[in-house]
Design a binder for this molecule. Sequence first.
Ligand code: HEC
Length: 232
Amino acid sequence: MVASFPKRFLSGSAWRRLFLVASLAGMSVGKGDAILAGPDEPAKPVDFNRDILPILSDTCFACHGPDDGQRTANFRLDTEEGMFADRGGYRLVVPGSSAQSKLYQKITATDAAVRMPPASSSSSLTSAQIDLIKRWIDEGAPYAKHWSYVCDHREKCFAVWMAGGGIKPGISFGETDDYSYAVALDPVHVHDLQATILHCLGIDHTQLTYKFQGRHFRLTDIAGEVVNQIIV
Ligand code: HEC
């Protein structure tokens, strides 16, 4: 993730704290390094979220992604339905067969006028990326939802302990039901939590954006309100 942080929104100390956060975040990114195998190890299966999604997001979503206004050729690769849809006699991805997959045919076309991404776009695929996509399809094209949507344990609530940075001391905000399953009082969306944390860092969350899937997102997506009830 590359976030653009306009400096004028940050005080000096906010910058330092933010730098810390950013370098921690950077440490966990490590795209692709885990798929290298040692001499005696069999290659690990390709993982959609780790290996494939970032490639598609960087090189394809600008035209085949979530933005209705930018979409060309009337399909999207950011949804499972779009990826595997029947296109009237052929499919973009045929699990187990890269040769029959239109997507693979298009990224390996020798004719530059047919090849994806188009020569006119600013992006291109490396042969290593093409090889990963081939392996993923030939391994059966397992598609997994983005990890942030996959949570099977108490997915409806979270609890966070916060201190300092202008947080009111000694209060608790929000409640769950008796089973800690559902929120019973004062729900705080995760985007609200993020907006509040950014506020405590001295950052106006509505001013920060980063480019993802061809669109400028806020760190708090398009929503997120500072939870003023917990601020001094
Ligand atoms: C700059 C916009 C743009 C980008 C970026 C782009 N495409 Fe396309 N894509 C198009 C256009 C326009 C067409 C329709 C013309 C054609 O088929 O060549 C198309 C067609 C396709 C088709 C054929 C669909 C069909 O049913 O015939 C596939 C598959 C495809 N793109 C895959 C990709 C993949 C995979 C990427 C990323 C590696 C990508 N495209 C990046 C613009 C784009």
